[in-house]
Structures are given as structure tokens and as C-alpha cells.
Design a binder for this molecule. Structure first.
Ligand code: LMR
Length: 392
């Protein structure tokens, strides 16, 4: 080998810890205990613990395979039919006049949104309620945008810390960006009530703030429309907004990476062309298959009805587990007022470790559980482990 004075390009890199959420997948797989429970990464599981492809999706995929005439390039905007129909699904009447691009999942939509904000206003400040999905802060850091945080969730009540939120919005300066979860808050399940959305809308409009809405769990809280109602009201009231949408959960398309970014703006041509330019640099164009299949579901009445049925069932199952947990232990009672796949349990990182080591129960280090990892049959097993660890 030729010796060189150059230590090598990558010698400056330091090893990074694996993503704590995604690494739970491997840890769980390697655990040989038969009674193990996976409450880690946010995927829906059915009563048998499986994450099957939805039946409507299977049918749409068959149709796609039969009928798709070509796989030639579509362009950075992706499948425009999917973008239009998913915008209508997300925003209802507010979809009128929105521009949109298809993205690789909700993460792609957020990455694109934050890049666009950085491009438009490099000195923007983004307000982020904590805790949040950890990748929000990671993306903001990677892009170098200033971030201010406030407390989103009050562990004492299990609800939104609304006074912290309104204090933050009152302190924010005109033009600052506010990142809000549309529904099924990840990781806390603590959503804004209709009255709180109305007050947030008032503050965002009067103070001239820019909403960036993350909508990754529509349909898994109360209903497709109720889960979107607050975000739609806000978008209706402001002159400009960005909505990062994910179909990964409500269409069960996780690994196919299906999402979209919608923008409300008076500068449609410039915004759209910059989105296309950024997308071209990031991923050239988004992966087609899952989005085309989701489009087929949305445009085919029978498949749409079947998908809605399946989604209703998923939500009802989640809410059933939520209710059972809330009734099983006083420390779990706040779960009843929360929505979606997640809740944060009052466990320290050490106690989360004991849950894993002694009880084969896997959850995020923050104490977040994915309720879809439980069934009405396994709730007692979970509650007995939780009770033991809480009192130890
Ligand atoms: C989660 O929070 O578990 C999901 O959104 C999956 C992910 O990408 O982190």
C-alpha cells in the first residue's frame, strides 16, 4: 500500500450512535423471549402483532402492476394526481389553490420544507414544542436554522402545556416559523383542543408568524376530518403556510416512503420552482410506486371505501388499547385524553432499561410507548410490568 501524509478524508469523522428509535428494531428482533413486546418504533400493528399491507393497498398495487404503462421519469413533483388527492384529503376545502410536491415520506417533506425556509429566510427562527419527534430538531440543526423551544407537554396533566405555547407565540417575532403537529402528537399524544387551535390561529395571524404543520397521523386520532380540523382552520386564516404530509402510517406504506409537501403562498411560481429545484438536488424525484398506489385508492370509490374501513378499524383498535391502559393504573389515566399511536409514560431512562431487561418490553428511552404494540390481551402483562418497575 502506498503510504501518504494525507490521513484520509474520513479520518475527521467521529462514529455516531445509531438512531435510538430505529435501533430498537434490531434489539427487539434479537431478543429470544417469547413474551417480548415491541412498543418502540411507530408502526401500526394489528391484533396479532403484524403490520400487514392494507387490503385496499394490495388491490391498488395489483391494479398498478397491471395497468401502469411506463416507469419513465415523472419529474421532481412526482405523481401530480397523488399530490392533488392527498392535498384534498389533508386540507379539505383548503386544498384549493395550494401548491404541492410529492416527497419521500413525511421526513422528506419536512426536510424540503426546512430547506425552503432556509433558502427564503436564512435567519429565520423556528419555534419547536418539546418533546417532539427527535428528527425535527435534527433536521433543523443540520440545516443550521435557529431554533427556540418551549414546553409542549405537561407531564403532570398529560395534556398540552398551553400557557407555555401561548407564551412562546407571544414572544415570537413576525416572520418566525412555528412547527406544529396537526394531530396525534409524537411522542406525547397530547393534541390541541378545538378552542386551543382557535387561539393558536388568532396568535399566529395577529403576530404574523409562519406555520409549518407536520401531519403524519391523519385518521389515527378521532377521524380523518377531525384530525385535520385545527390545521385546516389555521391554514384558512394565514396568507402562507407549509404542510408536511405523510402517508406512511395511514396507508401503511412505511418503507415505500410516501408523503407530500403542500404550500399556501401568494408567490406560487417562485415557491413551486424552488421546491422543484431543491427536490432535484435532494432526490431528483420521489419514489413512485407507493404514491401511485395511494392515488389509485383515493380515486377509486370501492378501494377508497375499503381503505377508510381499514383505517377506522386501526383507529378503533388503538383507542381501545388506550382506554384499557387508562383504566388499568392511575398513572396511566392521562392516556384517555390523548390520541394517536403514542404516549409518554412517567418512567426514567433507567426504568425504561429495566422494562427491557427484566420484562422484555421495548420502548423509546424517553418513556414513549407505541400503543399499537399492545392488544387487549397483552395490556395486563404490560401493566403488571409497569406497576412493578414504577414501584421499584
Ligand atoms: C416514530 O416516531 O417512531 C416514527 O415516526 C418512525 C420514525 O421514523 O422515527
Amino acid at each position: 500500500m502506498i503510504q501518504s501524509a494525507n490521513p484520509g478524508l474520513f479520518s475527521a469523522l467521529t462514529p455516531q450512535a445509531p438512531d435510538p428509535l430505529l435501533s430498537l428494531i434490531g434489539l427487539f428482533k434479537a431478543d429470544e423471549r417469547a413474551h417480548k413486546l415491541d412498543l418502540g418504533v411507530g408502526i401500526y400493528r394489528d391484533e396479532t402483532g403484524a403490520t400487514p399491507v392494507m387490503r385496499a393497498m394490495k388491490a391498488a398495487e395489483r391494479k398498478l402492476v397491471e395497468e401502469q404503462p411506463s416507469k419513465s421519469y415523472l419529474g421532481p413533483e412526482g405523481d401530480v394526481g397523488f399530490v392533488r388527492l392527498s392535498a384534498e384529503l389533508a386540507m379539505g376545502e383548503q386544498a384549493e389553490g395550494l401548491i404541492g410536491v410529492q416527497t419521500p415520506g413525511g421526513t422528506g417533506a419536512l426536510r424540503l420544507a426546512i430547506a425552503l425556509i432556509r433558502l427564503a429566510r436564512p435567519d429565520a427562527t423556528v419555534w419547536l414544542g418539546t418533546p417532539s419527534w427527535p428528527i425535527h430538531a435534527n433536521i433543523l440543526d443540520s440545516v443550521g436554522l435557529k431554533t427556540r423551544t418551549y414546553r409542549h407537554y405537561d407531564p403532570a396533566t398529560g395534556a398540552v402545556d398551553f400557557s407555555a405555547l401561548t407564551t412562546a407565540l407571544n414572544e415570537a417575532q413576525a416572520g418566525d416559523v412555528v412547527l406544529l403537529h396537526a394531530c396525534c402528537h409524537n411522542p406525547s399524544g397530547a393534541d390541541l383542543s378545538a378552542e386551543q387551535w382557535a387561539e393558536v390561529t388568532r396568535l399566529v395571524t395577529t403576530r404574523g408568524l409562519f406555520p409549518l404543520i407536520d401531519m403524519a397521523y391523519q385518521g389515527l386520532g378521532d377521524s380523518l376530518d377531525q384530525d385535520a380540523a385545527g390545521a385546516r382552520q389555521l391554514v384558512a386564516a394565514v396568507p402562507e403556510a407549509l404542510i408536511a404530509y405523510s402517508c406512511d402510517k395511514n396507508f401503511g406504506l412505511y418503507r415505500d416512503r410516501v408523503g407530500a409537501l403542500f404550500a399556501k403562498t401568494a408567490h406560487a411560481e417562485a415557491t413551486e420552482s424552488n421546491l422543484h429545484g431543491l427536490a432535484r438536488v435532494f432526490w431528483s424525484m420521489p419514489p413512485d410506486h407507493g404514491a401511485a398506489a395511494a392515488r389509485i385508492i383515493l380515486e377509486t370509490p370501492e378501494l377508497r371505501a375499503q381503505w377508510l374501513d381499514e383505517l377506522d378499524h386501526m383507529r378503533e383498535r388503538l383507542n381501545g388499547v388506550r382506554q384499557a391502559l387508562a383504566e388499568a393504573h392511575p398513572a396511566l389515566a392521562p392516556l384517555a385524553i390523548q390520541r394517536g399511536m403514542f404516549s409518554i409514560l412517567p418512567l426514567s431512562p433507567e426504568q425504561v432499561g429495566v422494562m427491557r431487561r427484566d420484562h422484555a418490553i421495548y420502548m423509546a428511552g424517553s418513556g414513549r410507548i407505541n400503543l399499537a404494540g399492545l392488544t387487549l390481551e397483552t395490556v395486563p402483562q404490560f401493566v403488571s410490568a409497569f406497576t412493578a418497575v414504577l414501584s421499584s
